[in-house]
Each structure stands twice: as C-alpha cells, then as structure tokens.
Design a protein around this ligand. Structure first.
Ligand code: GLY
Length: 261
C-alpha cells in the first residue's frame, strides 16, 4: 500500500494569478484518490479541469499559433510502462482524454488529422476551441502527477504550446523524456519554453539525477534548471516519487500545489 498523493502546476511564465485554480484542480485529483480511484483517473480528471479553465494555456485557454490557429498537445505516462501522446490536435477541448485512450493501444502517439480521426472513432468530444492571443513570452503547460494507493504513478500534461510559435511546431509536452517521464521510482513533468526543455531532455535527466544520486527531488530539479537551462529561459518542474509528497521548482512564476493523503 502507498499513501495517495498528487502534485499539479499551471504553467511557467507571466500570467494572471492562477494558484487558486491549480488548487481546485488538485482537489479534484485528491477526491478521486481518496475514494479509491486510480492515479490515471486522478491525473487525467485534474488535467481536464485545467484544460477547461481559460486562464491556462491548455485546452480552452490555449494560445494562438502565429497564424491564429489553435493546436493542442497532450501526454500521459504511467509508472508501469505505458505512454500515450497526441500532437497538433484541433477542435479537441480535452486532448488529454485522447492521449489517455492510447495507453492500452499498440501505438503510443498520434498527430494532427489522424489523431482527430482516431478520436472521432472513439467518440471524443469535437468542438471549436476558442483559444486566446499570447500574453508575454509564455511557455505554459499544465501538468498533474498522481500516485494511487497501489503505488501506480501517472503523469498527465497538456498545452497549447509556447507563445509566438508557427502552426505545426512541436514542443516538449508530447515528447517522452522532454516534457514528462515516469517509472516505478518517480515521475517528473516540465513546463516552460519547449525548445529548451526538449534540447535538455529535461524531465528524463532530472528523473535520472533524482533516482541515480543522493539528491532529493527538489535538489534534482534545482540542478536541472540551473545546469541544463540557459539563464532567462522560463522553465518549471513538478515531481512525485514512489513515496512522500510532491515537489515543484521554477525559475519564474509557476503556480503549483501538492497533496498527500
Ligand atoms: N511547454 C510547452 C511548449 O513548449 O509547447
């Protein structure tokens, strides 16, 4: 038996005060875990709450690409070795639900029109996603990591992509090891400027530092951001191990919260 736990963030970068909104989403995960739900359900439903909240750059509040389009990425990974991710989805308010449905498929990831077609075949909600203009140089993402009483970890992330990026651009969120990583020891999720996160393979390397050294989670995150990310590039991380409470660290404004059952 494990103590259920969850940690969530609302993105790295300037934006409105979003701490309360993150705590509301985390509360959703906590309630699911307290009633015996799985880490997958908790992480996905909390991520959906963040996607549905227009203050976050994910789902409904996703920032426009340079051509005014809205293009959504999402991913999920579990500590028992399953991955699902979607890239460049349009008209999909909750891409994390599509990513989740890939966990038990032969394929891991889908992109663009094919992803939407696959989602249509499985009855996923198709609706116009309003989006919004970029504000500042945001690299926001939303992310939730949950651990259930069986010890399973699930890490869910979702984004409209860093601001001022062209249509078709792919950031860190759907790339394993970049925007997220999970195994039986721990899970890490990243937010911020996707190019810097991807170049650093940030989530995997912070995870590796945590599991392969004497550094604790917070120190591993601090190491990752100070050593692997150029100064001035907005990046944040959350993490949760197979025991204990979640942690968060960012070099900029990043609302985040942790819960331990
Ligand atoms: N971190 C979100 C993105 O770069 O797309």
């Amino acid at each position: 038996m494990s103590a259920p736990a969850a940690v969530a963030h609302g993105g790295a970068g300037p934006g409105p005060d979003r701490q309360h909104n993150v705590e509301m989403a985390l509360n959703r995960a906590a309630k699911i875990l307290e009633s015996g739900g799985s880490a997958i359900e908790a992480a996905v439903e909390a991520c959906v709450a963040l996607e549905n909240d227009p203050v976050f750059n994910a789902g409904t509040g996703a920032v426009f690409r340079n051509d005014g389009s809205v293009s959504l990425d999402a991913s999920i990974q579990t500590s028992d070795g399953r991955i699902g991710f979607v890239i460049g989805m349009e008209n999909t308010p909750n891409p994390i639900r599509v990513a989740k449905d890939l966990l038990d498929e032969e394929i891991n990831g889908l992109a663009g029109r094919g992803a939407r077609k696959w989602a249509d075949e499985r009855g996923h909600n198709k609706a116009h996603v309003e989006g919004r203009p970029p504000i500042g140089n945001e690299g926001d993402t939303v992310g939730v990591i949950a651990r259930d009483s069986r010890g399973l970890l699930a890490c869910a992330t979702s984004t409209g992509g860093t601001s001022y990026r062209p249509a078709g651009r792919v950031g860190d969120v759907p790339l394993p090891g970049s925007g997220f990583w999970a195994d039986e020891h721990a899970s890490i999720a990243a937010t911020g400027v996707g190019e810097a996160i991807t170049t650093a393979l940030l989530s995997y390397r912070v995870h590796d530092r945590f599991t392969g050294s004497s550094l604790d989670m917070l120190a591993s995150m601090e190491w990752g951001i100070s050593e692997l990310i150029e100064p001035g590039v907005s990046v944040g991380l959350i993490g949760l191990g197979h025991e204990g409470e979640g942690a968060g660290f960012s070099n900029t404004d990043m609302p985040w919260a942790a819960w331990l059952g």
